[in-house]
Design a protein. Structure first.
Length: 202
């Protein structure tokens, strides 16, 4: 007989901010990160597990001020707002527009928190297959600790998009209707840029 599935699950959401942004852009056409990660985590968690997440953790690369003043200001303002919502945030400077080490940090936190018995479900917002190694490690930890642990992958989906989640995880597909219920209406652009119509520059 295997470990008993807990009735009341402790779910921790791990959000790869840039991966979620790219997926939403590809699926729904949004050209800036307009998601409310707390609302999005709740809607996915309630759909799959009938509960709210116990914690939301957000990870992203941020352009240096010298490289992109607008995006630098946008992300720091959005991260401050998330912190006020109780979200744990982690950011690292991008290099030449490329993000480095975010997926590694997410994987380390997923594994570390599993070892410490801090969740029953790791709810990962990403389609990065590099995280499949973390999913394999979670199964090993479940056997070692003789307890029920799951890792799930939530991602935006559309007919024309990649609708595969991370291998070795449970998949939660986020529809356009679900996503649109979780849009953050606040404008995090610097005041000097708010008079410019249209989406943020890519």
């Amino acid at each position: 007989m295997g470990p008993i599935e807990p009735a009341g699950k402790r779910v921790v959401a791990f959000v790869d901010g840039q991966n979620l942004y790219r997926c939403a852009k590809n699926c729904f056409g949004y050209h800036y990160p307009n998601y409310d990660v707390v609302a999005l985590s709740r809607i996915a968690c309630r759909q799959q597990y009938g509960c709210d997440p116990t914690e939301v953790r957000f990870y992203t690369g941020v352009a240096p001020l010298s490289e992109s003043p607008l995006w630098h200001a946008f992300w720091h303002a959005k991260l401050r707002a998330m912190g006020q919502q109780g979200v744990y945030t982690f950011n690292r400077p991008t290099r030449n527009g490329k993000e480095k080490g975010i997926d590694v940090r997410i994987a380390l936190d997923i594994i570390r928190m599993a070892h410490r018995n801090q969740y029953d479900v790791a709810l990962v917002f990403s389609q990065d297959q590099d995280l499949s190694e973390a999913a394999n490690e979670i199964r090993t930890i479940a056997v070692e600790q003789r307890r029920w642990i799951k890792i799930a992958c939530a991602f935006p989906c559309a007919d024309h998009a990649n609708n595969r989640g991370i291998n070795s995880t449970d998949w939660i597909r986020i529809t356009r209707a679900m996503y649109d219920r979780c849009i953050d209406p606040r404008d995090y652009r610097p005041k000097s840029a708010r008079s410019v119509p249209g989406p943020l520059p890519r």
